[in-house]
Write a protein that binds this ligand. Structure first.
Ligand code: NAI
Length: 339
């Protein structure tokens, strides 16, 4: 008999609603019979309390060893305190791609039906370089860094992804009319790479106009290629088009490691209430399962999730229902058990 390979993966529960949604997702993966041994590691606020470091070395070592992590959200203090652990993790592990598929789910009310977009966000530079200083009292400078190397590799990823997944058009989003040099370089790199993919159309939109078109006619887009900051903002906007932050997953990909997490944050307004929607993290986990070659399990879970959402009896509060995180996970587990 063929013994299935056990996957060693890193689990970072995170804070806020993180532990609640990761618990739900880990249960669902176990119910689907995916053989996973989790290395549980802390980061962010919890790690500061335990190790005095929001980005502990043992957590980084674990991801370098397993090469794959499922991660809950982490708090970033606003305007003070430690720098973003999410940004630190992406930079340290050189997770240069942030991939966010945005699509409608059955039974989830949304402004548009049949949306199927892919967002590719550069994940390591731009205004997230963390380079800020005070020039003179009352004058701050935050540096936006755009390099040819990072712009070329994210553009290559976007066009490769489009080719592999049958996407026909890549739209580069920028503000090169104002930031002629920085965004100008990002756009020039996208155009250079586009020339190597003649079967894929390439066009570009200034970020403000792109937002307007996304709100009015999102179906006219296919794959959006963006520098870091616009990618961050536009992906929340796109989440809003398909039902909110509770239903969009994402992957941070590098050559040596991959970290899968929801688009949403720690949701402090509902943390500890067993009220969060675990769908976003579950969709991220499905991307993770495909990444590690567990396509069949990913398909089974997707089927169970789809049936529970379409049925509409068990819905979390963000989708207009009253179910708890636990009850929603129970419903998916029942579907999986029923086959
Ligand atoms: P947020 O995404 O945590 O919450 C925004 C709104 O969406 C809230 O009303 C929240 O209740 C709702 N929401 C989010 N996820 C939900 C879910 N799964 N189910 C139901 N409702 C959900 O954004 P916010 O409040 O701006 O950020 C809170 C903290 O999260 C900050 O410290 C921020 O830095 C951090 N954050 C972390 C991220 C990460 O770890 N990747 C990503 C985004 C924010």
């Amino acid at each position: 008999m063929l013994v299935p390979m056990t996957h060693s993966l890193t689990l970072i529960p995170g804070d806020g609603i993180g532990p609640e949604v990761t618990r739900a997702v880990v249960r669902i993966l176990a119910e689907a019979g995916v053989p996973i041994e989790w290395e549980r590691e802390e980061a962010g606020l919890v790690a500061v309390e335990q190790f005095g470091d929001p980005l502990p070395q043992r957590m980084l070592d674990s991801i370098r060893r397993t090469r794959v992590a499922l991660k809950g959200p982490l708090t970033t203090p606003v305007g003070q305190g430690f720098t973003s652990v999410n940004v630190g993790l992406r930079k340290t592990l050189d997770l240069f791609v942030n991939l966010r598929p945005v699509f409608n789910l059955p039974g989830v009310a949304a402004r548009f039906g049949h949306l199927d977009l892919v967002l590719v966000r550069e994940n390591t530079e731009d205004l997230y370089s963390g380079l800020e200083h005070e020039v003179v009292p009352g004058v701050m400078v935050s540096m936006k860094v755009i390099t040819r190397a990072a712009s070329m590799r994210i553009a290559r990823f976007a066009f490769d992804y489009a080719r592999r997944h049958g996407r026909r058009r890549v739209t580069t989003v920028h503000k090169a009319n104002i930031m002629k040099r920085g965004d100008g370089l990002f756009l020039a790199c996208a155009r250079e790479v586009a020339a190597e993919y003649p079967e894929i159309q390439h066009d570009d939109r200034i970020v403000d106009a792109a937002c307007m078109h996304l709100v009015m006619r999102p179906e006219t887009f296919d794959l959006l290629l963006m520098p870091n900051l616009y990618g961050d903002i536009v992906s929340d906007l796109c989440a809003g088009l398909v039902g909110g932050l509770g239903v969009v997953g994402s992957a941070n990909l590098g050559h040596d490691a991959a970290v899968f997490e929801a688009v949403h944050g720690t949701a402090p307004d509902i943390a500890g209430q067993d009220a969060a929607n675990p769908t976003a993290l579950l969709l991220s986990a499905l991307m993770m399962l495909r990444h590690i070659g567990e396509e069949a399990a990913a398909e089974r879970i997707r089927g169970a999730l789809t049936r529970v959402l379409a049925d509409g009896q068990v819905r979390t509060r963000d989708l207009g229902g009253r179910a708890t995180t636990t009850e929603f996970a129970d419903a998916i587990c029942r579907e999986l058990a029923a086959g």
